[in-house]
Design a protein around this ligand. Sequence first.
Ligand code: AMP
Length: 462
Amino acid sequence: MQFTELGLAEPILKALAAKKYGSPTPIQAQAIPVLLKGKDLCGIAQTGTGKTAAFALPSLDHFARNPKPTPLQGCRMLVLSPTRELAAQIAQSFRDYGRFLKLSVEVVFGGVPINRQIRALGRGVDIVVATPGRLLDLIDQRAFTIKDTEIFVLDEADQMMDMGFIHPLKRIAKLLPKERQNLFFSATMPKEIEALAAQFLHDPVKVSVAPQSTTAERVRQQATFVNQAEKQALLNLTIRSEDIDRALIFTRTKHGADRVVRFLEGAGIQAAAIHGNKSQAQRTTALQAFRHGHVKLLVATDIAARGIDVSGVSHVINFEMPNVPEQYVHRIGRTARAGAEGIAISFVADDERPYLKAIERTTKVKLDVVPLPENFVEAVRNLPKAAPQRKGREQTTEQKVKRAEGQRRYQDQQKQQRGTGERAHRPDGEAAAPAKKNFRRRRGGSGVGAHKGAVQKTGGRA
Ligand code: AMP
C-alpha cells in the first residue's frame, strides 16, 4: 500500500514525499482510514512503529479540510505526552508533516518559564502538545482552555500511569468538551490502562501492532554475567572494544546515571546524562549533542529515555537490568530503528538473574551469553577513579563537548611536540608556565583588557 491510496490531502502527501516516506507502517495503515472517518481509536503500539504519524496525518487532514480560526486561548487539537522530550518530538513531527499547511503548533511542558508559553497560547493555536502537569498549570492560571478541543490524543498511556499522572488525567478528562475525537495509545494494555481508556474513548476501533515479543527481532541481544561492583570496568572495556556509533546506556536510578558518567569521565571517555534531576536546558542540550553525534554516549534512566527517537543508535547497554520485562523491550527498541540492525548488551549481576529470566520469558528470545573479556581482571584492578562530583553549577553538555575538543587538540599538540622535541604548549598557543606570572603582573596593571585576558587564560586551564 502507498500513502497516496489513503486519500490524504495533497499538502500532506507532498510533506511525506519530502520525507521520503513511501508506504505506511502497519499502525498507520490500520489507524489512518479509521481516523479519517472521525472514529475514536485505541492503539496498542510503541514508539518506533510510526504511531506519531498514525495520529498526526489524519488530524492534519481534518484541519486541511476544515479550516477554522483558532479559539482564543484554546486549541483545536490536544496531544498529551508523558515526557518533555517526547512532547518536543511529537510537535516537531506535526511541523514536518504539516509544513505545507498553515497551522500553528505549540509545545508546552514544565521545567521552563511559563510566561512565554502563556504568550504563545494567548492567540489560540491549532495543535498543542503538552505534558499533563504544565497543561493544568496553564489552565489553573486561566491562561488556557481545552474546551474547544476537536481531537484529543493520549500518547504513551501506560507510562503516564507509571509516572503517577492518573489524577491530572482525570481532571483533564473533565475539562474536555463532550463532542470530540479521541485517540489513545499505549504500548501495553493491562486492566488499569483499559479502565483509563474507557474514560476517554467512545466506541473505539482497536488496532494493535507488533506484539511486544517481536519488536526487537533485529536487535542482537547479548548478556554478560558480572558482579555489580565490577560493571564499570566492563563498561569501559565494552566501549573501547565495540564499534559504537551512538550508545544509550541505561541505569535504574538518576544517581546511578551520574556515577556512570563520572567514572567514564575519569577514564577519559566523554558522556552525557539525561534524567529527571537534570534541568530542562541540560536535558535538551544533552539530547541534541547526542542526536548530532557530538557525544556518542548518553547515560539515561528509563523515564527520561522513553519515546526518544534518535536514529543511528548502534548499541543499547543495560548497565543495570530493568525489573520489568516491558522496560527491556522499550530500551532495546531505541536501537535498530527504521530497519537498521542494533546490538543490545546487558550486564547481569547475580541478583538480576531473575529479571533476565522474566525478560526471556516475555520476549521469547534467549540472550547470547558472552563471557567476560580476557583482560577483565586487569581492567578491574586498574579502573580509573571517578571524576570528582562537581559542586555548584554542573557543566552543560556544550561545555563538556568544548572541553573534550580542547583536550583532544591539546593531546594532539603534545604528541606532535613530543615528536619535534619542543616544550609542551597549552592549547591556545600560550606557554603553560608563565601564565600564572602573567596573571599576577597583569592584575597589578590598570588595563581592563589585560585583566580580562588574564582571567580567561587562567580559566582555560581549569
Ligand atoms: P514513531 O513511532 O512515531 O516514533 O516513529 C518512528 C520513526 O519512524 C520516526 O523516525 C519516523 O520519522 C519514522 N517513520 C514513521 N512513519 C514512517 C513511514 N511510513 N516510512 C518511513 N519512516 C517512517
